[in-house]
Design a protein around this ligand. Structure first.
Ligand code: FMN
Length: 226
């Protein structure tokens, strides 16, 4: 697939897509994305990333596994690495709340509609309809630095996908079932799933037009000595 987008445009165009068309993404394209993302930097060049990519029957198997784990009320190991600290402090709490409210407003699901909101969250376990799921695997023996470097790889993969007209959504939600996933993928005891990512073609749905806010540069950056 020909890639022609500059980095700034890719950064600005990448958004979390939460409704996908079923059109497949072929293996060659997925390999190309991984080929690009592997040039991400990492401290000491450790390259602390592993990925499992699923499509077709393999995708369906993890969708079923997640559903079954939830239906049985089993602990899937989510608490080992909680998504957010509890309680979440400011300014993060407000930002998280604002993002959620913005998203549910676009989806037309009011706060009182708990089942509606839960149903949306549950769609994480279907990759929001995307034909491909990517799982980012981390080695528990590594430290916070290596987790950050895995994050750089993740962003690279998403930008490479954007450049090729593909859509993505990172999904830490999959961490809720990291234990059954590890077993399913045959990971050794050191490795665990940190995050998932839906990959495919964006649907026309309203939710994909959600443009989240960002704090202005002055709020998070200090420029000294200029
Ligand atoms: C590591 C990571 C994990 C995320 N996990 C989820 C998730 O489980 N489900 C979801 O709907 N969005 C998830 N998101 C998407 C964020 O909500 C989104 O990136 C943020 O609101 C900014 O919006 P944007 O990606 O459209 O710019 C995740 C994002 C990141 C970077």
């Amino acid at each position: 697939m020909l890639a022609t987008m500059d980095v700034t445009t890719a950064l600005q165009q990448r958004v979390s897509t939460r409704r996908f068309r079923p059109d497949p993404v072929d293996e060659q394209t997925v390999r190309e994305l991984l080929e690009v993302a592997r040039w991400s930097p990492s401290g000491g060049n450790l390259q602390p990333w592993r990925v499992v990519v699923v499509a077709g029957e393999e995708r369906q198997a993890v969708v079923d596994l997640a559903r079954q784990t939830q239906a049985e009320g089993r602990d899937g190991g989510g608490e080992e690495f909680p998504v957010y600290p509890s309680p979440l402090h400011e300014p993060y709490r407000t930002r998280r709340f604002a993002m959620g409210e913005q998203m549910y407003a676009v989806l037309g699901i009011p706060r009182e509609d708990k089942p509606g909101r839960l149903a949306h969250v549950a769609r994480n376990f279907e990759f929001f309809g995307a034909p491909v799921g990517v799982f980012f695997v981390v080695d528990r023996r590594l430290g916070h630095g290596q987790w950050a470097h895995l994050g750089m790889f993740m962003q690279s993969l998403a930008l490479a996908a954007t450049e090729r007209g593909l859509a993505t959504c990172f999904q830490e939600f999959w961490g809720v079932v990291r234990a059954p996933l590890a077993e399913h993928f045959g990971l050794d005891e050191h490795h665990t799933v940190y995050c998932g990512m839906a990959l495919g073609h964006a649907d026309e749905h309203e939710v994909n037009r959600l443009r989240t806010e960002r704090a202005p540069v002055e709020e998070f950056a200090e420029l000294r000595g200029f």
